[in-house]
Design a protein around this ligand. Structure first.
Ligand SMILES: Nc1ncnc2c1ncn2[C@@H]1O[C@H](COP(=O)(O)OP(=O)(O)O)[C@@H](O)[C@H]1O
Ligand SMILES: O=c1ccn([C@@H]2O[C@H](COP(=O)(O)OP(=O)(O)O)[C@@H](O)[C@H]2O)c(=O)[nH]1
Length: 226
C-alpha cells in the first residue's frame, strides 16, 4: 500500500513540475569556485530562487531523515549521493518555493544525475553557468571557508577535485556540445566575477532591453551564442 501511495505522490510531483514549466539555470564549477557566493548576488538582482543541492542534502541530514547517515557518509568521502535522493529534494524545494525561476547550484554532478533529472522532471536547463577556477585557488578558498563543513579538509578536498574532474566535467562538456555553457573566469575577485555573471543575466543594451521578461533575455543570449 505504502509503495502505491509513494508512486502516486511521485507521479503527482513530476506532473506539477512539468506543468510549472520552470526556467532552470544549472550553476556548476569545482568545489570552492564561488557558486554559492555568486548565486546570492544573482538572487538579489534577478528574482531567481537559489537551490543548492549540497545545502538541501545537509538539511536532510540535520532533519534526522532515514537517509541521513548514508548522505553524511557520502559527503565525508566526497562521493555523489544517488540521484533519486537529490532529485526528490530539488523537486520538493522547487514546488514549495512558489517561484518558477531557479538557480540549481552544484547539480547535476554526473551523467546519471543529469539524465535522471531530465527524465524525471522533463525540465531542461536554459543554460549552464560554469565557474572556471584553478584547483590551487579553489583549495585556498575551501581551506579558509570556515563554515565548519566536515568535507572542507585537505583529504576530502582532494577527493572532491578528483570526482569533479572525472564525473562532473563530462556533464559540462555535454551541455557545451549543445551550446548551453556560459563560462566565467572565476579566479578573479568576487565583484569582478559578478560583473561577468551580470552580463549574462542582464540585457547588454539597457535602452533597448529595459523591462524585458527574463525568459526573453535568455532567448536573446542563446541566439547570440548560436
Ligand atoms: N571570487 C572569489 N575570490 C575569493 N574568495 C571567494 C570568491 N568567491 C567565493 N569566495 C570564498 O571562497 C569560499 C568558497 O566559495 P563558495 O561560494 O562557498 O563556493 P562553492 O559554492 O562553489 O563551493 C567562501 O569562503 C567564499 O567566501
Ligand atoms: O547534487 C549533489 C550535490 C552535492 N553532493 C554532495 O555534497 C558535497 C558538497 O557539495 P556542495 O555543492 O555543497 O559543495 P562544493 O563541493 O561544490 O563546495 C559533494 O561533495 C557531494 O558529496 C551530492 O552528492 N550531490
Amino acid at each position: 500500500m505504502g509503495t502505491v501511495v509513494n508512486a502516486a505522490n511521485k507521479e503527482e510531483a513530476n506532473r506539477s513540475l512539468a506543468d510549472l514549466n520552470p526556467t532552470v539555470v544549472f550553476v556548476l564549477g569545482g568545489p570552492g569556485s564561488g557558486k554559492g557566493t555568486q548565486c546570492a548576488n544573482i538572487v538579489q538582482h534577478f528574482g531567481f530562487t537559489h537551490l543548492s543541492a549540497g545545502d538541501l542534502l545537509r538539511a536532510e541530514i540535520k532533519s534526522g531523515s532515514e537517509n541521513g547517515t548514508m548522505i553524511s557518509n557520502m559527503i565525508k568521502e566526497g562521493k555523489i549521493v544517488p540521484s533519486e535522493v537529490t532529485i526528490k529534494l530539488l523537486q520538493k524545494a522547487m514546488l514549495e518555493s512558489g517561484n518558477d525561476k531557479f538557480l540549481i547550484d552544484g547539480f547535476p554532478r554526473n551523467e546519471e544525475n543529469r539524465s535522471a533529472f531530465e527524465a524525471v522532471t522533463k525540465v531542461e536547463p536554459s543554460f549552464v553557468l560554469f565557474f572556471d577556477c584553478s584547483e590551487e585557488e579553489m583549495e585556498r578558498r575551501l581551506l579558509s571557508r570556515n563554515q565548519g563543513r566536515e568535507d572542507d579538509n585537505i583529504e576530502t578536498i582532494r577527493k572532491r577535485f578528483k570526482v569533479f574532474l572525472e564525473s562532473s566535467l563530462p556533464v559540462i562538456e555535454y551541455y557545451n556540445s549543445k551550446g548551453k555553457v556560459r563560462k566565467i573566469d572565476a579566479g578573479r575577485p568576487v565583484e569582478e566575477v559578478y560583473e561577468s555573471v551580470k552580463a549574462i543575466f542582464a540585457p547588454k543594451d539597457e535602452k533597448i532591453d529595459a523591462g524585458r521578461p527574463v525568459e526573453e533575455v535568455f532567448e536573446l543570449e542563446n541566439e547570440k551564442a548560436d
